[in-house]
Design a protein around this ligand. Structure first.
Ligand SMILES: C[S@@+](CC[C@H](N)C(=O)[O-])C[C@H]1O[C@@H](n2cnc3c(N)ncnc32)[C@H](O)[C@@H]1O
Length: 276
């Protein structure tokens, strides 16, 4: 028993992937969808007023008459894609959460928006189209391992026209410095975010070498123990530029966020605009 528990609770090796699918688990994905759709909650998506400002800024930075075909990676239930479609882009959205994509498809149909949605993993995406611009919003890039970031960049590069642009955001060193290590337990007799049944949750927040953080969550219900690992790699402006240049992208500009805030090293995020 001790050995098995030790194996479950110890700090995992860097970038170890959870076996359980966080974004697609029946109960969690329902909670995530509610979180995305709550305009005042900053969690799965940013708050609605930020998204509004951000989409408007992207529309000015990368106008739809010049960058017409847009690919949004990790589009969730379509908070950005719908805004982009209304701004005149020809929009494709990819997400591997079936629940989010189902919602996005129904919402687009109801609202009369012509958006092409694909329930796909962007780490092996296969789209029959080349784009003028791609976006990946809310710091999902840093959730990937070094290997996966490399293959994502290659996929995006292959799916862009020459001169096509890629905009994404990531957490900075300031985020890493503010991240607090520690462990705690939570008891939820009525169920909660992680399960509809009663559960106990172990929460371990750890820092790793290479400016990586881990939020380890171990869910204990009546019949099973399920570990989830939420990784995040933090960047300096220079380390981010170095890795995107490896893929052949040209760096156009670094911003403070995806709403056009000026870059500052004390910001917890940065956004980078690349060109193929
Ligand atoms: C933090 S949310 C951001 C959603 C959206 N970009 C926004 O800002 O509203 C990340 C999204 O990426 C999706 N996602 C994470 N990893 C993915 C992968 N490997 N392939 C496709 N989608 C992924 C999740 O399902 C989730 O909807």
């Amino acid at each position: 028993m001790y050995k098995r528990m030790k194996q479950i609770f110890e700090r995992p090796a860097l970038y170890l992937k959870s076996e359980a699918a966080f974004w697609n688990e029946e109960h969690i994905s329902k909670q995530m969808l509610n979180a995305h759709l709550d305009p005042d909650f900053e969690g799965a998506s940013r708050k609605a007023d930020f998204i509004e400002k951000s989409a408007r800024w992207i529309g000015e930075l990368l106008p739809s008459n010049k960058y017409h075909k847009l690919l949004d990676l990790g589009c969730g239930p379509g908070l950005y894609t719908e805004r982009f479609a209304k701004m005149g882009y020809q929009v494709t959205g990819i997400d591997f959460s079936e629940r989010s994509i189902d919602y996005a498809k129904k919402a687009a149909k109801q609202r009369g928006l012509d958006i092409s949605y694909h329930c796909q993993n962007y780490l092996n995406m296969d789209l029959d189209m080349i784009f003028d611009v791609s976006t990946m919003i809310y710091c999902d890039y840093g959730a990937l391992s070094t290997e996966d970031r490399r293959s994502l960049r290659n996929y995006v590069y292959q799916h862009l026209n020459a001169g096509g642009r890629f905009l994404f955001d990531a957490f900075s060193m300031e985020f890493y410095h503010q991240f607090k290590e520690g462990t705690s337990w939570e008891l939820c007799p009525e169920g909660g975010f992680w399960s509809g049944d009663e559960y106990m949750l172990f929460q371990g927040n750890y820092k790793y070498e290479g400016y990586v953080t881990l939020e380890q969550r171990i869910l204990m219900t009546d019949d099973k123990i399920t570990p989830y690992y939420l990784w995040n790699t933090c960047f300096t402006k220079e380390s981010l530029i170095q890795e995107v240049e490896e893929t052949g992208f040209k760096v156009i500009e670094v911003f403070g966020d995806v709403a056009g805030d000026e870059y500052h090293k004390d910001n917890t995020t940065m956004a980078i605009l690349l060109e193929k």
